[in-house]
Structure formats: C-alpha cells, structure tokens
Write a new protein. Structure first.
Length: 160
C-alpha cells in the first residue's frame, strides 16, 4: 500500500520567473533576426506578378527605393488615377514626373556620404497599373541626377 504524505506537508510552488525571462529573451531574439528588408515597401504599391521573378542573388550595399503607386481604399480600389511616388525624401508623396529636384538632392546626399553614384542601385517598385511611360520617365530623371544602376521589383508567381 502506498504511503500518503502527512497533511501538514508543504505544497511545492513553481517559480515562473525563469520561464518569463526565457520568453522575453526569445521575443528579443526573434525581433533581432527578423528580416526588415520589406521596410522600404509600401502597401499602396501592388507589384506586378511574373513567373520569372526571383530575389536578387547579391544584396546591394547602397540603394534608393522608389515606390510608385496609387492611393487606394480599404478594398484595394484606386481612389486617384494619378500615380504617386511614396515614401520619398520628406515622406510626402510626389508626382513621379516632378521628382527631378528631389532625386538630385538624393544624389548630393550620397555624394556627401562619400558614396559613388555608380555604387547605388535605384530599386523601382512600380504598381502593376502604373503606365510604363511614367516608369521610363522616372528612370530618365534618375539618370539625369547621376544614378546608373536600376532594379525593377515584381512578385513571383503566375501573371494575373
């Protein structure tokens, strides 16, 4: 027959302090290793889809990200037919074809940091509904400012 502990035996309590410490350490760890590459992305830009799209094989050291898209409502429908350049220098949206002065300011900022403009990749993230001519004119404005290297963004997957 099994012995029963006496009724006056103290109950064991679990100390939760180490468990809480471990949880906070895990949260901090995952925050540190999280990929913040998409921080320059903008939800107003719906990238085109292409089956051949793939991530870059080499991470660029210096980049200038240009998000060209539309104002959209909660359902994703355009509320303005005019494309805008989002998350640019001052955070204020700019019309893509009037961004020449701001692009020249960006070029000066890179030069002040002693970064050669040929080492800077301009990443163009254009909405799938933005006219190709607008993107081409934006690239021309970038070239006029002194930028030489460009990359276009697209979502991987079948075309819609």
């Amino acid at each position: 027959m099994a012995k029963r502990p006496p009724n006056d035996a103290p109950e064991a309590e679990v100390d939760m302090t180490p468990m809480i410490d471990i949880v906070f350490q895990l949260i901090a760890f995952f925050m540190v290793i999280t990929n913040f590459e998409q921080t320059q992305a903008d939800e107003r830009v719906k990238l085109p889809r292409d089956a051949l799209a793939k991530p870059p094989e080499v991470k660029v050291e210096h980049s200038l990200v240009l998000n060209v898209g539309f104002y959209r409502d909660m359902q994703g429908e355009k509320t303005d037919t005019q494309p805008w350049l989002f998350n640019f220098i001052d955070g204020e949206p700019v019309l893509p074809l009037s961004a020449g002065a701001q692009l020249k300011k960006e070029a000066i900022l890179f030069k002040n940091k002693e970064i050669q403009l040929e080492d800077v990749t301009v990443k163009v993230r254009a909405d799938s509904e933005v006219q190709t001519g607008i993107v081409q004119e934006l690239i021309k404005l970038c070239q006029d400012a002194g930028f030489e290297t460009f990359a276009m963004s697209a979502m991987s997957g079948p075309e819609e």
